[in-house]
Design a protein around this ligand. Structure first.
Ligand SMILES: [Zn+2]
Length: 412
């Protein structure tokens, strides 16, 4: 999230001793994650992406694994499907995100096994999913926003990182922390096509980008690489964000929940969402689940209400990973090429209405099987693959506004 967690303005505030829904302890949360994998062995498996640091073991403490639930319809990764990530509690004191991520994983697995015809049951038929309920275990346990090194993980990623500035919350270097380094490594290996990070402290879904340099922001350090970034896929992000807000509004009341481009809300440097989109072409959505972050001070019914309000919206957003174009890149003999960059440029109707300068491109990298997915709004797009000195011929993709992605074959 954007630091956004406006409520996180006082990151060291201690939880009040309310009588409401207490956050699970970290051991209880770990147990629940492991139990879920055990309960649905056909569809869920457990992975350890790395280890969070502790004061005794800052580079990684074996008692603080970064647990991920890998949810796959057939148990293993299907490269023809897009893959999405859902992450909770990157800010350790925003434990509601862990609870929502865990319960959503539980409901998706149960619906899939029951084949009950619901959107939750259908999700895994079209999207593979990685769920990381607790991204900052040390902070979760200590009820603190930062990790044990007092670094805000959502300022530590290598995108618009605040070089030259004194702020220590960003860390000593991009990806200096074992948690952020583990998530970056995982994302580069899996090449997520969509990611959602769950935060609390506000009531909003924010879209790429979190960092927008303008003359009015204090973080404009003349790094023109990041100035006035714009994605030609913005219309898709806006549509998905608006759909999310509408779904939450259906539970919480129309207009209760907002949608904004991240940097328009407030500018964040070094966020995970921006790193994902800027580096890998994976759109990252930041969801602020509730205007409060203190789970323990709330009535128990509010916990159920938060989960109820966001569950349909999250399933809808995760399902949207199929929207856009699917590319497959092969070599001259047709064999799959992984690691190729596929760029999409709007042409025709897709190019209309975009602010200058045009053309813009957005991109994705191919993974196993030579497949990639590029999140794109409806319209005509020109796709082109490149790797090293090799380029493909451009190919046109007509992207619809719903349903599975357009498919394009590219040869290097
Ligand atoms: Zn947060």
């Amino acid at each position: 999230m954007a630091i956004a967690c406006a409520a996180c303005a006082n990151p060291n505030s201690s939880p009040s001793a309310g009588s409401g829904t207490a956050a699970r302890s970290l051991p209880d949360m770990y147990s629940a994650i492991r139990a879920l994998a055990g309960q649905f062995p056909a569809v869920a498996s457990l992975d350890t992406l790395g280890y969070a640091g502790s004061p005794a073991h800052p580079a990684g403490d074996s008692s603080l694994p970064l647990l991920a639930l890998e949810l796959r319809a057939e148990g293993s990764r299907d490269a023809t499907r897009p893959i999405a990530e859902l992450m909770g509690a990157m800010h350790g004191d925003e434990q509601i995100g862990s609870e929502v991520a865990l319960r959503l994983a539980q409901d998706i697995c149960a619906a899939f096994e029951a084949d009950d015809g619901s959107a939750a049951a259908a999700l895994l038929s079209s999207v593979d999913l990685t769920v990381v309920p607790v991204a900052n275990p040390w902070g979760y346990q200590a009820d603190l926003r930062e990790n044990c090194e007092n670094v805000d993980l959502n300022r530590n990623f290598d995108w618009a990182w605040r070089y030259g500035e004194a702020d220590t919350l960003k860390g000593s270097a991009p990806l200096s922390e074992p948690e952020s380094a583990a998530f970056a490594k995982d994302a580069q290996a899996k090449l997520y096509d969509l990611a959602v990070t769950l935060h609390t402290g506000s009531f909003i879904v924010s879209l790429p980008w979190d960092y927008i340099a303008t003359s009015s922001t204090q973080y404009n350090y003349n790094d023109t690489e990041y100035v006035n970034l714009y994605s030609p896929a913005q219309a898709l992000f806006q549509a998905q964000g608006s759909a999310y807000a509408k779904r939450v509004g259906a539970v919480e009341g129309a207009g209760a929940f907002a949608c904004s481009q991240g940097g328009d809300w407030y500018v964040v440097c070094g966020s995970y969402a921006d790193w994902l989109y800027g580096t890998l072409g994976c759109p990252g959505y930041t969801v602020e689940l509730a205007p409060y972050k203190d789970w323990t001070s709330q009535p128990a019914a509010l916990g159920a209400q938060v989960i109820g309000a966001h569950e349909a919206a999250l399933i809808g957003l995760l399902s949207s990973a199929v929207l856009g174009a699917r590319g497959r890149v092969g070599d001259a003999s047709g064999a799959a090429v992984s690691g190729a960059k596929v760029s999409a440029t709007p042409v025709g109707s897709a190019a209309k209405g975009l602010p200058p300068p045009v053309p813009y491109t957005t991109f994705a990298y191919t993974g196993a099987g030579g497949y990639c997915f590029i999140a794109l709004p409806a319209g005509e797009w020109e796709l082109e693959a490149s790797q090293g000195q090799l380029d493909s011929s451009p190919a046109l993709a007509g992207v619809g506004s719903s349903g599975p992605s357009a498919s394009v074959q590219l040869s290097l």
